[in-house]
Design a protein around this ligand. Structure first.
Ligand code: SAH
Length: 219
């Protein structure tokens, strides 16, 4: 794994300032972004890009989310120490690490075998409390349910009922849901599960994610 030195830490603090200026206010989120070495998720020749507020290609046609998006979703999730969080779309593993740095016990599912094989050993080296799974996130992880929080980091065509079922009462799901009129765009939603199983729905503007697909594959 690449080293993490004072220069990287300096770049991270600049990134934290950029995110504050863009409206991220949750101190736990900002501290976590200040701690997690984002450059280790990119090839070493791209270190200059690691601390810019931009998404970046990570191979297999996928991207590491923009830091602002990671911060925004983490803030909406309202995570506290010890919570069980299910993430759909492990990708680079960066979002999972930010949540783990905030004290969450993270369970994360990736459907692409290549990415899963690349990310799993990296996450193990980083020593966070993260369990990785290869599978279709639409199915969730019934054996580990219920979860306090569910975060979906791919564009969902619908709210997956399995994931609603695997959420605790009072639990929160953050999901970029496809726009009914324009499938290229999503709306960021925060859903809170009530006792009777219904969901309170809050909207937080437009966003853009790679699509949430079904079944395991290498495409
Ligand atoms: N959270 C990631 C960003 C992920 S990009 C990060 O921090 O880097 C979205 C990821 O979701 C991609 O890796 C894609 O392969 C994955 N994905 C898409 N559909 C999925 C599904 N049904 N189940 C699990 N992962 C899925």
């Amino acid at each position: 794994m690449q080293e993490d030195n004072y220069r990287h830490r300096g770049m991270r603090q600049n990134l934290v300032q950029v995110l504050k200026d863009k409206g991220i206010s949750d101190v736990n989120v900002l501290n976590a972004i200040g701690e997690v070495p984002r450059h280790v998720f990119l090839e070493s020749s791209f270190v200059e890009f690691a601390y810019q507020d931009r998404p970046f290609p990570i191979g297999s046609g996928q991207t590491i989310s923009q830091p602002f998006t990671v911060a925004m979703q983490s803030q909406l999730l309202m995570v506290t120490k010890g919570m069980k969080v299910l993430e759909i779309g492990t990708g680079s593993g960066y979002q999972a690490c930010v949540l783990a740095q905030m004290g969450a016990k993270v369970f994360t599912i990736e459907r692409q075998r290549n990415l899963y094989n690349k990310t799993k050993p990296l996450l193990a080296e980083l020593h966070y409390h993260i369990k990785t799974f290869l599978g279709d996130g639409n199915k969730g992880l019934p054996t580990f349910a219920p979860f306090d929080r569910v975060i979906i980091t791919a564009a969902a065509p619908e709210i997956p009922q399995n994931l609603v079922d695997q959420l605790k009462t009072g639990g929160i799901m953050v999901i970029p849901l496809n726009d009914e009129t324009d499938a290229m765009k999503q709306r960021m939603l925060r859903l809170t599960k009530l006792k009777d199983g219904t969901m309170i729905r809050e909207e937080f503007g437009e966003c853009k994610f790679v699509p949430m697909l079904k079944e395991v594959g290498n495409d």
